[in-house]
Design a protein around this ligand. Sequence first.
Ligand code: FUC
Length: 766
Amino acid sequence: MKKAFLLGYLPCVMLGFAAEPEWRLWYQKPAEKWTEALPVGNGHVGAMVFGGAPECRIQFNEHTVWTGYPRSYARTNAAAALPEIRKLLFEGRQKEAEALAMRDFMGEPLRQEKYQPCGDLFVSLEKAAPFTDYTRQLDLAEGVHSVTFSAAGVRYTQETFASHPANVLVHRVSADQKGAVSCSVRLTTPHRLAQTQSDGVRLTVRGQVQTNGVSFVAEAVVTPFGERPEMRQEGDRIVVSGADSVVIRLTAATNVKAWNALGGDPDAKCRAALSLTAEQPYPDLRAAHVADHRALFGRAEVRLPRTASAALPTDERLKAFRMADDPDFAALVFQYGRYLLIGSSRADGQPANLQGIWNDSLTPPWDSKYTCNINTQMNYWPAEVGGLAECHEALFRALEELMVSGRITAREHYGAEGWVLHHNFDLWRGTAPINHANHGIWVTGSGWLSLHLWEHYLFTRDEAFLRNRAWPVMREAARFYSGFLVEDPVTKALISTPSNSPEQGGLVAGPTMDHQIIRSLFKACAEASAALGVDLAFAETLRAQAGRIAPNRIGRHGQLQEWLEDKDDPKNQHRHVSHLWGVYPGCDITWKETPELFNAARQSLLYRGDAATGWSMGWKVNLWARFLDGDHAYLILSNLLVPLGTVKGAGGMYPNLFDAHPPFQIDGNFGAAAGVAEMLVQSHLRDAEGRALIHLLPALPQAWKEGSFRGLRARGGFSVNAAWKDGKLTQAEITSEKGGAARLKAGAREAPVTLKPGARFVWRQP
Ligand code: FUC
């Protein structure tokens, strides 16, 4: 350990970093490709820092720059086609049902809108080529990107961060010699309908994504420091010479007032952010940012054995990664996942989309929107367990908005009460079925996402949140399914139809995943209603209906059936493992309560195989953790922690550790981070007395012989720390903010505990 630490430490000291940060990504050359650049973000503005020399490119996004404009995608009276679609499905005439649905049932328009890039900031240093001793790094704990290099006898440093408290991105260029910073700064945008201007101090880009759509403003204010710096305008650039340092503050805003209203004033929003920070010295701006970032990032940590590999530059470390050699890489991936969530999802911003907040393309893959038959949910898997519940808030607000648009979809498409969301949404909160009837008609986006509110309550025990925020959304989601479920003429069970098992098998009646989600939602609603003492009669109806929903079934290959019929193909290695929802993230199927179904689900996962795209592997890590198989979970995780293209037919990672679907899709980062946590602590079960069962080290791989974690959260309102050696727990510590009872479990040992508010329990092992 000591040797490895020194190996990593020395080069940094030699290269001029004060000390090597504990958690960082670092490289010895500038980024050439976007997937080599490093992300910073404050939930409003996200940026990819290339760190080049002499020119550093900072490609940036603003969270509400989207194509389109407010509109409903619901199709008036689509519900008229519903009885016939159902009838055709019951008669086994799937293709006819899909054709009818394509004609009369899909949303209008058929496609949703796209998340867009905003612009690029270029900072070009004079006399900075050729350069030597180059390092760039992203310090995950501080949330600061830095670049250092030498050129013509001068040592330059550039720092970049996206401050949430100040709502600006800050970039500073400095040098180790007075007056040595001479640079030019320009601002561009890839949008066609745009103009750039400069007043000699400030660069402004004004753009319009499309006529009658989103308009945006991005502004960068350039401030030189030193004895006699000069600043002038040259064409579209601001040129500084002879400065000790230059600070650039960048902000961006749009005319989006809300998901259903344009007409905001982007200039005023930019002015507000820039004037608030005008007088703030750089060290103060930086300190306020670091304090804000650390308050979130510093809450939780996983430590795994650190070997010499940890000292390698990140791109080389990724190439060299072998499971047994570099356990600490998984800890870095856990921390990076948390870092990315802090950067892309803050309470007052949009939720993290398919690329978080980072996108440089006008036509991004899957529109960089919100696919919610797995992807959006996966983004938030590390939120609660990883101590970032506040980051979940952006999604909760989106759900409240989706409830409004989803009510119209419920009415027009199903003649039903409540609200429904299908498999995608966008900035405009589209909720209707899109793309194609063979996968776009999937009704449980709203059910699954509503359970995120319930999970937040379970983790925090925040009753005011349950009453005021969670319950209205959950209840109305359940109200939809309560009216939507129909009796299967064969089995007499209640089933979901028409729907789909994402994204295969076409339009069907009764996919297993839907039933697991709806049953879980109904049970959660019954519990919530009892806890709050409200809507008791409705809860009783849900409880009764939950008991009648088609149960999970074991099929002829020993598998958990994905559909009502026993038609699974054991050779099917499709990336979606939807019917295993009940194992993770749900708990409809558990080792404790339903061991036979649990084994069948495990068999299904074995059939599906190990290799897959990024997010699918992220899901499988969590599933193997729930199957209590740490080695298998780690095997999948390590298939993900490789350069893209290493495992045939599978994803992997780009040099900046962005997950490859491929191309980049951020869900795999979040799935992997959540998976590491799920291997170390699980809390989805309760004991016979209803206490949260906190299972410590439930799926520890052999390669993680020793380690520790702190600040992971468990349901019931607990924070958990633990350490282990030789694969055995040595000590655990749990604290409870609100007070409560839990049962700790490690291997065969168990200990019931009851804690007063604020109290801590230390569980020492023999
Ligand atoms: C789902 C997946 C695809 C992709 C897309 C964004 O449709 O099946 O693999 O992740 O979302």
